[in-house]
Design a protein around this ligand. Structure first.
Ligand SMILES: Cc1ncc(COP(=O)(O)O)c(C=O)c1O
Length: 387
């Protein structure tokens, strides 16, 4: 069906809409960085795993990164290439299958490495083994997203790393960014090299993790290319890998919902929607952050009772399943669309079916304006999760 991407007025049910043109724009930026800086940039499934769209990704990138057996299988079977895999802790029951689906496997601790090194090599003779390091430096202010906070469970600190690495350790992995700019990467690299440069001579590849938001409008791409080029000059033997997730799906689409009811209490109006923050936009509550809504302006709670100001409420039983406040340019009506901007990365992988609430459709908006529904969820999807 042809659709108006400004209003989506043709839609009658909640839908995540991936815009192919915007996705290709991101993929072009990413593949340009990859070419100019001579680094491999792979997709982190934790942020985006809509596998029906993988053929588009394959036009630009060659691999993905997984953090579980399911993601490793998705990469191997649906993306069509073995994954770079990292998990905080692998289990006996999964390690061989993970190894068969992976080109690279990263261990979070020396104990996991020692426990599984032989098994992974036996399951896959070509696999390349790496260790996750704790760079002991991160500028991520939100503790929930800071992998270097005191007591962290992620990575091996420099004082725990053997001076001479075992021969089968071929690479390192760090991840300490979150929606970060290239200036943060530059400062991180300084700290990282000061601590770990004696070991860098001993390995063949370096994975700088995710959180590099190179598709954000104000991101200094040339600075990133210069930083990576400088690093390559200092360590010419190292292959460089980056594994952003958000950057691929950044601002590539919306969650379109409809108003089901409008209620008022204590002078505060809430438009109740057929989507839920806790089910379909969980990062809004977890991070927390207030998403942009089309044709509305975010206002603070001193404006809660002003004209055309509303909370938006989810359709779950959780009392806190609401956010506010937005001021609209008109009085809201039951049945009209509420469009949440930039709702593709992390949302589509983190949704749940709490309360049995219907999952929004997932649709792809092609460049010619044609909307293709990739997936519609049914009662069977809810039922089959329960037992
Ligand atoms: C190990 C690792 N790699 C990559 C990513 C992707 O990060 P982002 O989506 O912020 O680019 C994450 C995010 O948590 C991560 O933990």
């Amino acid at each position: 069906m042809k659709i108006n991407p400004e209003t989506y007025s043709e839609l009658a049910c909640p839908t995540y809409i991936l815009n192919e043109t915007k996705l290709r724009r991101n993929l072009e930026i990413i593949s340009r960085v990859s070419r100019l800086a001579d680094v491999e940039i792979i997709l982190a499934f934790k942020a985006y795993a809509l596998w029906r769209t993988f053929p588009i990704f394959r036009e630009y990138i060659g691999a993905t990164t997984a953090s579980s057996l399911n993601e490793a299988r998705l990469g191997f079977e649906e993306f069509g290439a073995p994954t770079h895999t990292f998990s905080p802790a692998y289990e006996d029951s999964e390690i061989e299958e993970i190894a068969r689906c992976s080109s690279h496997i990263v261990f979070n601790s020396m104990s996991q490495y020692e426990r599984f090194r032989e098994q992974v090599r036996q399951a896959n003779r070509d696999i390349s083994i790496g260790l996750r390091l704790n760079p002991e430096y991160s500028e991520v202010a939100t503790l929930l997203y800071n992998p270097c906070a005191p007591g962290t469970r992620f990575g091996i600190a420099s004082d725990k790393l053997p001076k001479k690495l075992p021969d089968d350790v071929k690479g390192f992995h760090i991840h300490c960014h979150c929606e970060s700019g290239s200036d943060v990467f530059a400062r991180t690299l300084k700290h990282f090299e000061a601590r770990f440069s004696p070991w860098l001579e001993q390995v063949e590849w370096m994975n700088f993790g995710g959180g590099h938001l190179m598709t954000r409008k104000d991101y200094d791409i040339q600075n990133l290319i210069d930083i990576l080029t400088g690093f390559r000059q200092r360590y010419p033997h190292l292959k460089i890998i980056m594994e952003p997730g958000s950057a691929f799906a950044w601002q590539t689409g919306e969650l379109v919902s409809q108003i089901v009811d409008i209620v008022e209490h204590d002078g505060i109006k809430t438009a109740i929607l057929n989507v839920s923050f806790t089910c379909h936009m969980p990062d809004c509550l977890e991070m927390p952050y207030q998403p942009e809504v089309r044709r509305a302006k975010i206002v603070d709670d001193t404006n809660a009772r002003s004209p055309r100001v509303y909370r938006l409420g989810g359709n779950s039983c959780l009392s806190g399943d609401w956010m506010g406040y937005w001021q609209f340019d008109h009085d809201l009506q039951v049945g009209e669309n509420i469009i949440f901007e930039d709702m593709l990365h992390y949302t589509t992988v983190k949704t749940n079916m709490f309360n049995g609430i219907p999952h929004p459709d997932i649709a792809l908006l092609h460049a010619d304006g044609e909307l293709e529904t990739l997936r519609r969820f049914t009662y069977e999807d809810y039922r089959s999760r329960m037992d």
